[in-house]
Design a protein around this ligand. Structure first.
Ligand code: NAD
Length: 447
């Protein structure tokens, strides 16, 4: 690492959220001198103190190691990075904007404008990693070259999965470089990612628009896979069939594959839902709205899964949840994360609470975030506390801690042995044998 840190490009990372914090730490781990920059002073202070503000397995150890080596630091001072770095990775948020569901680009614009205003080093490279609509990079490139003619822009979308962010950043499935022909950006990106490329990671070098589209197309495909199997679950419910067996059977076809084909309460988080909406909005702006009209259905099936879980819970309790006590296991949108953005688990919990149920939520990592977003729900500090005297237990995020629960050991604590498995995460036979009434979407409940 010492060699690259002393001779390799100096790297700045703008935005130190889920993506940026991971990227900054991993770039330092790859041996570069890295400064992470964010406008959120509290976040920067925590990172500088060796504390990861998010739950991400393995990140804190690497953060501390690289802070101690001196190659990694964090700042809120744009002047501390603008003229210093050779390569600026833009990792700021691109949330859903109100109205048409398009992407809100104000943070990307602001980050680039701040860099330009503070003065970039001659020959610097700006690398966009945030997920943006097709056409964004071309617009930014024009702005950059008007202000700083020798500064280049590349688009290098990020595909990391929360919960596996470190692994995915150090060993990604592929690298995508959106560049302009004839520039130096490709060679410079290859230099930054040398170790990754030498480890065998394929590189796709393409234009800006394709690079931007690769990211949203990948997310649209993944969302489609999940909603496809959830639509099959709806059909299984009315046909009296079993969606888990169906998923296993179709997944044996290598063209289909069994991954991302688990039926349940659907996808959430800070990426898939907003990305498919922003993709549709952009397609409409480009006059090709009908090409992505199917994504509206993907979104609708996904949101319907949450409603179906509410209906299933109601039915499992004899038709009414008002006044009943529900132990909800899971708040994060997925396991091994504290991210609750657009979380199906919390949406369902809030809906049941709105119907008058007494909902008690437990999650191994996401309670602090959940409490901020849903202050009126009740939170527990353990599974045991959440299920205490519950009339039904709902498993809504498939944390290992929940998958491996001993159903017999829980029995003495609950008021009713009713379990709703929103993620097909539990060993159904084991729960039934322990005396629980087991319910899940897309499967015959009496089986
Ligand atoms: P996040 O909200 O966790 O982080 C965004 C950060 O940007 C925040 O810390 C915010 O304070 C900071 N910021 C805002 N304006 C800034 C500015 N002008 N200068 C510096 N910092 C600024 O969001 P995230 O989940 O890390 O997502 C960031 C981008 O990466 C989005 O476009 C997202 O779609 C994309 N992405 C995210 C993931 C993921 O798993 N989270 C994966 C791939 C791509």
């Amino acid at each position: 690492p010492t060699v690259a840190a002393e001779t390799g490009p100096r790297i700045a990372v703008l935005g130190t959220g889920y993506l940026g914090a991971t990227h900054a730490v991993c770039m330092a781990e790859l041996g570069f001198t890295v400064i992470g920059y964010d406008v959120d002073a509290a976040k920067v202070a925590r990172l500088a103190a060796g504390e990861v503000p998010i739950f991400e397995p393995g990140l804190e150890e690497l953060l501390r190691k690289n802070l101690e080596s001196g190659w990694l630091s964090f700042t809120t001072d744009i002047d501390g990075i603008a003229g210093w770095a050779d390569v600026h990775f833009v990792c700021v948020g691109t949330p859903q904007r109100a109205g048409d569901g398009g992407a809100d680009l104000r943070y990307v614009d602001a980050a680039v404008d701040q860099l330009i205003a503070a003065g970039l080093a001659p020959g610097a490279l700006i690398v966009g990693k945030s997920t943006v609509p097709a056409g964004t990079a071309a617009g930014l490139a024009a702005r950059i070259s008007a202000a700083a003619p020798d500064v280049e822009l590349a688009w290098n979308p990020e595909f990391l999965r929360e919960g596996f962010a470190v692994e995915d950043t150090l060993r990604p499935d592929r690298l995508v470089f959106g560049v302009t022909p004839g520039g130096a950006a490709e060679a410079r990106l290859r230099a930054v990612y040398t170790a990754t490329i030498e480890a065998g990671t394929p590189v796709v070098v393409t234009d800006y628009a394709t690079a931007e589209l690769v990211k949203v197309a990948a997310n649209a495909f993944l969302a489609t896979k999940i909603s496809f199997i959830n639509a099959m679950a709806e059909i299984c419910d009315v046909a009296g069939a079993d969606v888990l067996e169906l998923a296993t059977a179709i997944g044996y076809d290598a063209r289909i594959g069994n991954r991302f084909l688990r039926p349940g309460i659907g996808f959430g988080g800070g990426c898939l839902p907003k990305d498919i909406r922003a993709f549709q909005a952009r397609a409409t702006e480009l006059g090709a709205g009908s090409s992505l009209a199917f994504l509206a259905e993907i979104d609708a099936v996904n949101l319907r899964a949450r409603q179906r879980a509410v209906t299933l819970t109601r039915a499992a309790l004899g038709g009414v949840v008002a006044g009943r006590r529900l132990g909800v296991l899971g708040a994060a949108f997925k396991p091994n994360s504290d991210d609750i953005r657009d979380s199906p688990a919390l949406d369902i919990a809030a809906e049941l609470a709105a119907e008058g149920a007494q909902v008690v939520v437990y999650d191994p990592a996401a309670i602090p975030n959940a409490r901020l977003r849903y202050p009126s729900l009740t939170y527990a500090t353990s599974v045991r506390e959440a299920v205490k005297a519950a009339d039904a237990v709902l498993v809504l995020t498939e944390w290992a801690e929940f998958r491996t629960l001993d159903p017999a050991a829980l029995l003495p604590h609950v008021a009713g042995a009713v379990v709703v498995d929103g993620r097909h995460a539990l060993d159904e036979r084991r729960w039934r044998e322990a005396g629980w009434a087991y319910h899940s979407l897309g499967r015959p409940s009496g089986a």
